[in-house]
Design a protein around this ligand. Structure first.
Ligand code: AMP
Ligand code: MG
Length: 384
């Protein structure tokens, strides 16, 4: 849906080059980034999906986003390019299909920060102002369109959509397609659905461990906001935690703290169970056997996560080796931070400088560091 006055607010030139696009030429294409003109070869579409929103199952779909198409990079990697805030679609459910400048610049900044931190995420190519206003609870706000780049937009909710329609053929095609796109090493597996489930669970566990490592709170971990690629997707009321408290939330709509910082691993497991549920009909012809297979994997999620979490948290403490006591060493520091209302990131930054208020924990940590052969400088480099 064309907008009044397209104006490019920000262009990610580095990403444009990675994608094999001419950054200089892109600067002149505000009309494309606002959705007024289509890039050649684009056949825009809104994707259908379902999802559990705050625990309730519902039909959804791209209500304000349009997939322009796929871009193949000079390195032969395939990406979705999507406009977010491009106008109403058949899935808008009474919404305006639009977005305000603030949240779109926010998604741009935070997704690029996540990428810079080495955390799997969708990227942001551009934000274009529309010259039109959108009406939100704060009043009239200037509108914008975000150009998002993703490994794909296949969500847990995409599988739930197919399962809800009891469309086994669609489930099988979707499974094959997802394997092909994100887990090509698993193509030809004896049980494709089971292989996909296990691989996707592992990627989610590893992603959530990275979130926990940097204090990231997604804010809306609905199953429609979980990507099978293992990328962080759909930046809404997300934030990085300041004072350490597992109960921290930033989303005003998350009144019960379902998606609080400390709940993220359990919620990820719950979402994984919803993916397993959707895949049940193609996991095994015998329903009981299918359930057994699914449950076996879901139970393993906690182990996958704990393993990845310990790995990334050890790094934050400069630990190259593993000891049985590491979990309690990490947990005791977290407990201390919570009691002291200490800033999560700044506490770890202080540790790199040896600044932490001297206490019993500090002594334990120093002793732990001295039991590895790596030097203090090497430990600090790892922590940083
Ligand atoms: P979210 O949880 O923010 O990812 O969005 C949940 C659902 O609401 C998705 O299906 C979105 O496409 C839809 N949605 C969000 N904002 C709008 C809007 N302004 N107009 C139409 N649909 C929207
Ligand atoms: Mg979403």
């Amino acid at each position: 849906t064309p907008v009044k006055e397209p104006r490019l607010l920000i262009l990610n030139e580095a990403l444009a080059s990675e994608l094999g696009l001419d950054a200089e030429a892109m600067r002149q294409r505000a009309a494309v980034f606002a959705g007024n003109e289509l890039p050649s070869g684009a056949k825009p579409l809104a994707q259908a999906y379902a999802g559990h929103q705050f625990g309730n199952f519902t039909g959804l779909g791209d209500g304000r986003a349009l997939l322009l198409g796929e871009q193949i990079t000079p390195e032969c990697r395939r990406f979705d390019i999507q406009l977010k805030g491009a106008g109403p679609t058949p899935f808008s459910r009474g919404g305006d299909g639009r977005a305000a400048i603030g949240p779109m610049l926010r998604e741009y900044v935070i997704s690029e920060a996540m990428h810079a931190l080495g955390i799997p995420t969708t990227r942001s190519l551009a934000v274009a102002a529309t010259g039109e206003a959108v009406f939100r609870k704060q009043g009239l706000l200037p509108g914008a369109v975000l150009t998002r780049v993703a490994a794909s937009h296949i969500r847990v909710g995409t599988f739930q959509w197919a399962a809800a329609h009891q469309d086994l053929a669609a489930l099988r095609v979707l499974t094959e397609h997802t394997l092909e796109r994100h887990y090509p090493e698993l193509l030809g597996a004896e049980n494709p659905a089971l292989s996909l489930l296990e691989a996707a669970l592992k990627r989610q566990a590893s992603l959530i461990a990275r979130w926990m490592q940097v204090g990231f709170i997604h804010g809306v971990m609905n199953t429609d906001n979980v990507a099978l690629s293992g990328e962080t997707i759909d930046y809404g009321p997300c934030a990085f935690m300041d004072e350490y408290d597992p109960k921290t939330t930033f989303s005003s709509i998350d009144r019960r703290g379902r998606y609080a910082f400390g709940n993220q691993p359990q919620i990820a497991q719950w979402n994984a169970a919803r993916l397993a549920e959707a895949l049940l009909p193609i996991l095994h012809p015998d329903e009981k056997k299918a359930l057994e297979l699914a449950n076996g994997l879901i139970e393993k999620f906690a182990d996958f996560f704990q393993h990845d979490w310990l790995t990334v948290m050890r790094a934050k403490l400069g630990l190259f080796t593993t000891e049985a006591e590491d979990r309690s060493l990490i947990q005791d520091l977290l407990n201390w931070m919570q009691a002291k209302k200490a800033d999560y990131t700044l506490t770890f930054a202080a540790l790199t400088k040896g600044h932490l208020e001297s206490n019993e924990w500090q002594t334990r940590w120093q002793q732990r560091l001295s039991r590895q052969t790596q030097s203090r400088d090497e430990a600090v480099a790892l922590m940083r």
